[in-house]
Design a protein around this ligand. Structure first.
Ligand SMILES: [Zn+2]
Length: 269
């Protein structure tokens, strides 16, 4: 399976990307403010740069670390004598909880926020926002994931399933897609929907610090960070960060350099 790893990931990536792009075209939610080709060039270049950088810099992947743990029977999950399938489900759930906790941390620790804000200064939100992360954020989150994978001894299949799921759900929940209110209400009981995640991209700080989940909405509800709807409504709400309202910040080089620029004071609305 590890041999087909890259093909499988690329297949899902382009498949989900194409599906959401077509969906956005057929049923858009909001009208976008910045020219699509400018944002798409930056956002898609960033995902390419991040994917290549993480492979070049880190001598291991989370799946590779899981394989090592499996072969050497390292990790706490090996102490539980539960069926393999239970182990896989438990690992996927724990990885989702980890990504929720990590996302909260990236918002509250100033050093981490420097990296994560590259994702948030996008003044429009669509499928490409879902893959727009600074390479250093991807490296850092891969290291955190690898540490947890080896500590718990998660199965390789669980890691691969989770990473493909996370990539797909991130593109779906950033999608500029219009779902009926009724469908959204039901769907958000089991998965983070575009309407639920859009609240997290509001320029209002209280809304920006809510709905941190990527796959399962349950963590936000359990830990009290759930916000059902944006104050101004989905069509009127402003997206991005007030202190980075300048359109020139969309250029690829600027996105790469933002973490190293003098910290702009966060405007609290
Ligand atoms: Zn965020």
């Amino acid at each position: 399976m590890l041999e087909n790893d890259i093909g499988l990931r690329l297949g899902f990536f382009f498949g989900v990307l194409a599906t959401v792009v077509l969906w956005e075209h057929a049923r858009p939610k909001r009208s976008l403010h910045i020219k699509r080709r400018i944002r798409w060039f930056s956002n898609l270049s960033l995902v390419g740069i991040s994917s290549i950088t993480v492979r070049l810099i880190l001598p291991f992947t989370a799946a590779g670390v899981a394989l090592y743990a499996e072969q050497h029977r390292i990790g706490l999950l090996h102490l539980l004598s539960v069926p393999f399938i239970v182990n896989v489900i438990l690992s996927v759930l724990l990885l989702d909880l980890l990504i929720y906790a990590q996302h909260v941390t990236f918002h509250y620790l100033p050093l981490f926020w420097r990296l994560h804000k590259v994702h948030h200064i996008d003044q429009d939100i669509d499928v490409t926002t879902g893959v727009r992360f600074h390479p250093l954020e991807i490296i850092l989150s891969t290291l955190i994931k690898c540490a947890v994978v080896i500590l718990l001894g998660m199965p390789v299949i669980a890691v691969v399933i989770f990473e493909i799921l996370l990539n797909a759900s991130s593109m779906f929940n950033h999608g500029n897609i219009s779902l009926s209110e009724k469908l959204d209400r039901w769907l958000r009981l089991i998965v983070v929907t575009p309407d639920m995640h859009r609240v997290h991209h509001s320029i209002i700080k209280e809304e920006n610090n809510s709905n941190f989940g990527f796959n399962l909405p349950v963590w936000d509800r359990v830990f009290g960070t759930y916000k059902a709807q944006p104050e101004k409504g989905h069509l009127q709400m402003e997206i991005g960060l007030k202190e980075y309202g300048d359109v020139s910040r969309t250029a690829l080089m600027e996105l790469l350099l933002i973490p190293f620029r003098k910290n702009v004071k966060r405007i609290i609305l």
